[in-house]
Design a protein around this ligand. Structure first.
Ligand SMILES: Cc1cc2nc3c(=O)[nH]c(=O)nc-3n(C[C@H](O)[C@H](O)[C@H](O)COP(=O)(O)OP(=O)(O)OC[C@H]3O[C@@H](n4cnc5c(N)ncnc54)[C@H](O)[C@@H]3O)c2cc1C
Length: 517
């Protein structure tokens, strides 16, 4: 474990223990865990750049929507925050518990409820892992094309509105969710829609919950659209002399309308990580590289390859190599999917991984990537760039020594400059509190701060499903607060500023933005 400080809730309100007691009576004793290891696993993530000096006070393991509703009713009664937890693979403290509370893990809700082959949809519980789902339904000729971290589960994928390497062709999670069964903060169970793919009747409640990070409701059942497994798939790897050439070729391919199934960028360092990890038999050139996936009919795939080859050549591409068989295709793609873990495996003792996530309009990609790569190289640390380049999205991964203030400050400045640059280009980032509200002058990095001036009144609270309608100070139980409505979450909950100052006292790495600059 990292030397970052992680604590259980120091002074949890006594009401949480009443809630735990009541839940143990209502459900079975083993539905609620307060085991230290369990709390750590549900409030701290080794691969998250961001971690909070606080853990949940308990973890609940419900077995049904009815049990989730009972948990929510008790938490509502005692005003205990709830934090849904599925695969735990999210990278930005999404499931952390800054106010303690109860983490709700769906480990026992992992069933494929119904596959409707003819309708091309499937009903699942939140703890179904996407890769297992695809494996189990492959004989139907259908698959879910959204592919985030290999261990992600459907509940969390809905929570984050995740994407993946296939997003350039198939879109993100929001495009694949038909309806949701949701338990609201007071235990009310709702279903957002029925099963037809198309409906414009009423509010788009499904869209409201997808991407709400567990702050508006707890998703207990999901109906997903499925796509037809393509007739043919081919994977090609193309090298470029510079990262700018690779990014420019990628932007051109998108603009030309070539329907690539995936298009991923890896820089020279990341290619060396693939080689070092021994992911494939072949040793790849350690230069900027684009990975392509082509899929469709045999004729369509050949046509797409021809067009991509022509554009790549116009951008000084080198080798254009194909995976030799389905096995190598799989290995190559999983090397890309698991690159984060490959990077982490190369950490030296005491090193931490800082991973970033920015996206810019497609035409600005070559500019931002070239400049960011130069600044990354200038750090003199082990640092790489890779990206879902077809969506204008890329990540930097930097290994650094968190106990060395000089090194940490240099990394922080490098990341800060990149994020500023992205925002100046009308881009976005997920390492700022609210990518929609942030501007270059007000963005912050939660990994270092839960910081200061931030208009909480106009944004959602991205941490926990909180039964408090307006404020963190608990009303006496004799004065019940107004009934929950999802929209009360729009009111100011505990502000980031107050969270920040509380954390600043505890977390040595928590500094204000002004201090950083
Ligand atoms: C190697 C690696 C590669 C990755 N690649 C990508 C990528 O390409 N694209 C991408 O988008 N992400 C990627 N991720 C991040 C991660 O896989 C996604 O964010 C994924 O959607 C998280 O799913 P999870 O089940 O792990 O969710 P968790 O981490 O458990 O939870 C994520 C969020 O959803 C909420 N939540 C969980 N379950 C529920 C529920 N039942 N109801 C309501 N809210 C819920 C949680 O409270 C939390 O806010 C990657 C991660 C790793 C480790």
């Amino acid at each position: 474990m990292s030397d970052r400080m992680v604590e259980t809730c120091r002074h949890p309100p006594v009401t949480i223990f009443q809630a735990i007691g009541e839940l143990r009576t209502l459900l079975s004793e083993d539905t609620i865990s307060t085991d230290d290891e369990d709390l750590l696993a549900h409030g701290y993530s080794e691969w998250s750049t961001i971690n909070i000096a606080q853990l949940p006070v308990a973890v609940a393991y419900p077995k049904s929507t009815a049990e989730v509703s009972q948990i929510a009713q008790v938490c509502h009664k005692y005003q205990v925050p709830m934090i849904p937890y599925s695969g735990g693979s999210s990278l930005e403290a999404n499931f952390s518990a800054p106010h303690g509370g109860i983490s709700i893990d769906f480990a026992y809700m992992d069933q494929i409820v119904q596959l409707h082959e003819e309708d091309m949809d499937v009903v699942v519980q939140p703890s179904v892992q996407w890769m297992q789902l695809n494996d189990q339904i492959k004989d139907s000729g259908l698959f879910l094309p959204v592919d985030p971290g290999p261990s992600a589960k459907i509940g969390g994928m809905v929570g984050t509105n995740c994407s993946g390497t296939n997003a350039v062709r198939y879109g993100t999670m929001k495009d694949w969710v038909i309806n949701l069964t949701v338990v609201l903060a007071d235990g009310t169970v709702i279903k957002t829609r029925r099963r037809p793919r198309k409906s414009s009747a009423g509010y788009n409640l499904t869209g409201l919950f997808v991407g709400s990070e567990g702050t508006l409701g707890i998703v207990t059942e999901i109906t997903l659209k499925l796509a037809v497994i393509p007739q043919e798939t081919s994977v090609a790897v193309v090298t470029f002399p510079t990262i700018r050439d690779a990014a420019a070729a990628a932007a051109k391919i998108m603009r030309a309308g070539v329907p690539v199934a995936a298009m991923e960028l890896m820089d020279d360092v990341q290619m060396s990580v693939v080689n070092r990890a021994g992911a494939t038999v072949k040793v790849w050139k350690e230069v900027p590289t684009l990975f392509f996936k082509f899929s469709g009919t045999t004729a369509g795939v050949q046509d797409n390859i021809r067009m991509v080859r022509a554009i790549a050549e116009a951008h000084k591409s080198g080798d254009f190599e194909f995976a030799k068989d389905a096995q190598e295709q799989k290995k190559l793609w999983s090397a890309r999917k698991e690159s984060l873990w490959s990077m982490m495996a190369l950490r030296k003792p005491g090193q931490e991984l800082w991973s970033t996530d920015v996206a810019v309009p497609l035409s600005r990609l070559p500019d931002i990537i070239e400049k960011s790569k130069k600044e990354l190289d200038d750090l003199g640390l082990f640092a790489s760039i890779l990206g879902h380049i077809g969506d204008g999205n890329f990540h930097e991964s930097i290994l650094y020594d968190n106990s060395n203030p000089k090194e940490r400050d240099a990394v922080e400045k490098c990341v800060g400059d990149m994020v500023d640059r992205a925002l100046e280009m009308d881009g976005t980032c997920t390492v700022c509190p609210n990518p929609f509200l942030a501007s270059p002058s007000e963005h912050h990095f939660p990994s270092l701060t839960f910081p200061a001036p931030f208009p909480t009144a106009s944004c959602l609270q991205p941490f926990s499903l909180h039964p408090f309608p307006t404020t963190i100070s608990l009303p006496p139980l004799s004065q019940p607060h107004p009934p929950y409505s999802p929209f009360t979450q729009l009111n100011p909950l505990p502000t980031r500023a107050s969270t920040a100052s509380a954390l600043a006292k505890k977390a040595p790495w928590s500094k204000s933005s002004a201090q950083r600059r």
